[in-house]
Design a protein around this ligand. Structure first.
Ligand SMILES: [Mg+2]
Length: 236
């Protein structure tokens, strides 16, 4: 069956690719060079997924000027893209199969990321998946970061699918909150967080068949809350 009026809205970091290691390396190096401070992996993990300005203020615990935030963030992002080019990235398990199946079924697909556009483009090109997306929404396209629903609503508008017919795939609590506030169903992937409050929670996209996504958008809210573990792999 061809679904022309449904969409998958993909978060990027932690959903399409496991990029946390390279982000951490880029932040740690930048903060060491610029501020002579070390950044622990725990510090990094507690702020991962926030916009850069929020992340820096949250981590440093004091107000930074807009110029200082922009300088640090620009340096970190340039270093991050260098690391992508040097080390490459790999798609997370099950992602390519989902991208292909959704494409074959006629679903629209979009990226909705808090990252700058240059990063989104660097990532989708590094793993050669740009052709699957009819929209890519990045930090420059929205005023408010997740958990605000703006990025998801912008993606839905761009692919011309009503929010109720969109499924968001996310790995972060803020992203899931944003998806819910956008009126969208949400699949949570446990890449970067130990638990998530999504309609469906899985360890990776290999745990669930794409066809199940069609049921998710056609059932009443709260009817499909489901926690999968390895014992249920392949059941749905
Ligand atoms: Mg993410």
């Amino acid at each position: 069956m061809i679904h022309t009026s449904f969409a998958i809205i993909w978060d990027m970091d932690g959903v399409l690719v496991d990029s946390a290691g390279l982000h951490y390396r880029a932040w740690r190096q930048t903060i060491q060079d610029e501020l002579r401070r070390d950044m622990s992996e725990d510090d990094f993990n507690s702020t991962f997924g926030l916009r850069n300005s929020e992340m820096l203020r949250d981590y440093l615990g004091y107000e930074l000027s807009e110029d200082a935030v922009n300088r640090l963030a620009d340096r970190k992002e340039a270093l991050y893209r260098d690391l992508i080019h040097t080390h490459g990235l790999t798609l997370l398990p099950g992602v390519l199969a989902w991208l292909k199946q959704a494409h074959t079924a006629g679903w629209r697909q979009a990226v909705a990321s808090s990252a700058p556009r240059a990063n989104v483009e660097a990532v989708v090109d590094a793993v050669a998946i740009r052709r699957y997306f009819s929209a890519m929404i990045s930090a420059e396209d929205v005023h408010k970061g997740k958990p605000d629903p703006e990025v998801f609503l912008a993606a839905a508008r761009k692919v011309d699918v009503t929010p109720g017919n969109c499924i968001v795939i996310e790995d972060a609590p803020f992203g899931i909150l944003g998806a819910r506030q956008a009126g969208m169903r949400c699949i949570g992937v446990l890449t970067t967080h130990p638990s998530l409050d999504a309609d469906i929670v899985i360890n990776c996209l290999e745990d669930i068949r794409f066809e199940y996504a069609a049921d998710l958008v056609s059932k009443p809210r709260n009817a499909t809350t489901l926690q999968l573990n390895s014992a249920h792999k392949g059941d749905i």
